[in-house]
Ligand binder design. Structure first.
Ligand code: SAM
Length: 259
């Protein structure tokens, strides 16, 4: 029997993350957030983008004029973010770090943590640390915005067996996922074949585990962490449309909480 070796999440994947269309998702989410805040007369001047990945949202914020810092625990994702900032001439600071222990050197008006990143936290204490850290990083009146895949999405669309995620002359990617009730989470095995310049195919496998967090639990923990005004809404991935009232039936939900 051979044991399959997994690369850490978002290590090998970093090389193809933007290429398979993920970057556009973070960029749109950032634009929707800026519009949502503007509609409430909130014009943030600084942002701490936690779990920034390849910098899709961070650079969108920077290009909109915000002083932006991106934090991620994956050095490979950060490497791509730094290169994207260099190509766009945007001034952004990137740092390696964990969303449960955000940097606190200067307070900001906006903290974001986008595109499933909070689903990667696997126990209650980590979610509390994330919320408390975001609260401490914000100035009074500052806003935390993050999203979650709901349990209904993890139980339905992630439980589709084997999905062909990319199939081009140089790239072949599959996702295999299921919902594990014992851990209230959805493991996903990504297998990718990437053709290198000399024509050779390189394979990598990564395991990603997303935990289901109930909306009501997160809302109550936000209040416990000190956040006062709170809005929660559904988010349609394909259009960026926001839906109210929020429901566990939506695939993705967005939390907006003010300090
Ligand atoms: C789907 S990507 C989203 C990236 C980016 N926010 C975007 O919108 O494109 C999820 C990111 O979360 C990061 N991540 C997951 N758990 C983390 C943690 N505990 N601390 C820091 N980064 C984390 C991963 O390394 C990955 O870059």
């Amino acid at each position: 029997m051979t044991t399959r070796l997994f690369s850490p999440p978002y290590s090998a994947y970093a090389a193809i993350y933007d290429q398979i269309g993920q970057r556009a998702f973070g960029e749109r989410l950032a634009r929707v957030i800026l519009q949502l805040l503007a509609a409430r007369s909130i014009q943030p001047r600084s942002v701490l983008d936690l779990a920034c990945g390849t910098g899709a949202a961070t650079l969108t914020f920077a290009c909109a004029g915000l002083r932006a810092t991106g934090v991620d625990r994956s050095p490979q994702m950060l490497e791509r973010a730094i290169e994207a900032a260099r190509l766009s001439d945007a001034e952004v600071a990137f740092r390696e770090g964990d969303i449960t222990d955000p940097p606190l050197d200067s307070k900001v008006d906006l903290v974001t943590c986008l595109y499933d990143a909070v689903n990667y936290l696997d126990d209650d204490a980590s979610v509390h640390r994330f919320l408390q850290g975001a609260y401490r990083a914000l100035d009074d009146g500052g806003v935390l915005v993050f999203d979650l895949n709901t349990r209904s999405r993890l139980m339905s669309s992630w439980e589709q067996g084997l999905v062909l995620a990319a199939n081009s002359p140089d790239l072949y990617v599959t996702y295999q996922s299921w919902f594990d009730k014992a851990i209230d989470a959805s493991p996903l095995i990504m297998t990718a074949f990437v053709r290198s310049e000399d024509g050779r195919w390189d394979r990598f496998d990564e395991e990603h585990v997303e935990r289901a967090w109930p909306i009501a639990t997160i809302e109550s923990w936000l209040r416990e962490a000190g956040f006062r005004a709170l809005e929660t809404m559904g988010y349609i991935d394909s259009t960026g449309e926001l839906l109210r009232p929020v429901s566990e039936d939506y695939g993705r939900v967005l939390f907006v909480a003010a300090r």
